[in-house]
Each structure stands twice: as C-alpha cells, then as structure tokens.
Design a protein around this ligand. Sequence first.
Ligand SMILES: C[S@@+](CC[C@H](N)C(=O)[O-])C[C@H]1O[C@@H](n2cnc3c(N)ncnc32)[C@H](O)[C@@H]1O
Length: 345
Amino acid sequence: MRSLRSRLRPLLVTGAVVGVAVLCVPTALGIAGLVGWTDVLALTFLGLLAAAVGVLGLGTLLLYRRVGALSRSVTTAMDTHSRRVTETLGRDRMETTRALDDVRERVVHLQKETLPRMGRDIRNAVAVQGRDDYEQQVAWTELRDHLDTAAFMPPLRGWAASPDVLRLLVRHIDRLRPDLVVECGSGASSVWIGYALRRAGGGRLVAVEHDARYAELSRDLVAAHGLDDVVEVRHAPLVETPVTTVTVQGEELPTADRWYDPSVFADLKGIGLLFVDGPPKATGLQARYPAVPTLLPRCAEDVVIVLDDAARRDERAIGDRWLAEHPELQRTEEAAEKGAHVFTR
Ligand SMILES: C[S@@+](CC[C@H](N)C(=O)[O-])C[C@H]1O[C@@H](n2cnc3c(N)ncnc32)[C@H](O)[C@@H]1O
C-alpha cells in the first residue's frame, strides 16, 4: 500500500503542475486580452479535462503494471509451492513404497522360513510330549499292576516325581530289599515307595520334609493309605549350611546356604536307597548337594542313590561334584522324563 502511494505521488505532482499550468495559461491569455473570458473558461475547462484524462490514463497504466507484477509474483509463489508439494509427495511415496517392500519381504520370510520352522518345532514338541505321555502312562500302569495299591493314588508328575523314576526306585527296592530308604522331599512318592516296601516284605521309609505344612499333608496321605507302619515323615527345617561357590556360565555364584537340620538323620544307619528329590531348587544353587557329603557315611556299602531332576543343569553339576569328591562313586544316567542319575559305589 505504501509503495503504491509512493508510486502515485509523482503522478499527483505532475497532475497538480499540469492543473496549475492549465489554470494559469488561459488566465494569462485572458489578462493579455488575446482571448475573451468565455474562451478562457472553455480553455480552462478543456485543459482540466485533458489533465484529468491524462492523470487517469497514467494511473490506470501504473495500476495495470502493478497488478501484472502482483499476478506474476503470485504465479511464481504458487509454482514454488506446488513444486514443493510435488517433491514432498514424491518423497513420501518413495518412503511408503520402501516400507511396503520391507513389509512384503518380511511376510515372504515369515511364509517361507519362520512359519514352516515353527510348524516343524510344534510338530516335534507335540511328538516328544506324546512320547513322554505314553512312556509315563506305561510306567504308571506297570507300577499299578506291580504294586498292590489303593484304587485312588496321589497323582504324579509336575511337582511330584514322575512314574518312570518311581518305577526305577521300585525296581531297586525289589532287588535290594533295603531295610532303610531315605527320601529328601516328601509327597506323593512317599506313598508309592511305601507300597513298594510293603510289597517287598520289609524295610521302612523315612521321608524328610523341610516344609511343616507339606510334612503334615504327606503324613495325612501316608495315613490315608494305611502305610504309617512303613513310612515316617519327619519335619526337618532348613538350617544354615556352609556356602561354596560354583561357576555358572563363567560367573562365580554362591551355593544354597541352607539344608535339612542334620540332627533329623542322627539315628539313621545303613541307608540302602537314598532318593534325593529335595530341598526345592528355589532354596538356592545346588540345594541338593549336601545330601551325599552328609548322608554317605550313614549309607550301606551297596547303597543306591537316585538323584531326580538330573536333566537340570544344576542337578548335573551336583552329580559332577559328588563324583569329584567321592571317587568311589559311579554314575549311571537313566532315561527318565526329568532325568534320573543313579550313583553306586
Ligand atoms: C520335588 S517335590 C517332590 C516331593 C516328593 N519326592 C514327590 O515326588 O512327591 C519337593 C517338594 O515339594 C513339596 N510338596 C510336597 N507335597 C506337595 C504338594 N501336594 N503340592 C506341592 N508341593 C508339594 C514339598 O515341600 C517337597 O519337599
């Protein structure tokens, strides 16, 4: 607006000068008596009209030029803007295309590799599980056929020992006919071992349990099966035991600092079968390790020690340590769902 005003200023000045000249020249001619006063008026009017037309024409021309410049700058701005929009859209489109290509590649990888591999893994896992279930079913049936048990038996597997390791224990009981069986960790297995000892015609089981509640439950279970004369469940709280360190994946870690109160074993001698199935793993690293150093002096010469859950890295390491510290021991790895290592000397 300011620039338009400054452009119009010379025009107005010129108009004013022309206007003054148009007023002055006829008046001067009139004073000089060269033209009559009527002609002076006519000349003045005509002069003013011509000046007005001239100024208007010049103004229109200026305005026309200004509008032209404005329209050019608007066109340029629009061109620049539309070019930018086009460039941005092009870039976005390229990025979207790249992202879609990436997704397509992943889908193809999923279809050709991941899904078939997952399918194979699932089929293998189902096959292994099916085989495991079948084997446990067979072991359960053999146990039921072999032992004269009650109709309703405490369920196995899960937190309890699996049928295959119990079948192994029963075979050893049948062969050794031990006077004394010791079990670290009581539960369903205490009942099954009780039936096996009754069938063998002698011997007793001392099941040691760190948890007072489970000791009570195990006792009830034993009583419900009428096995109190064969199975004794002893509550033995965990007490401090010397801590050592073990190397796990290159890291030195402390072992469990608690194990069954040893006084609970004070009267036990000539253990013929030792079943190590406690304390639970949650107690700490190598929680079951103290069983052999503590109880081996209380075992019969032909003792059989069965370590359950030997498929676990921690239990395997416990076995390695027993063998290293007691060279008279030998280990046999039995095929069992959770892994069962048998130690003899
Ligand atoms: C590895 S489990 C095995 C116990 C036992 N040897 C058996 O096979 O049934 C070890 C611990 O499980 C706990 N336990 C006993 N009865 C249980 C039950 N009914 N439910 C969950 N845990 C139980 C006890 O604390 C026991 O020491």
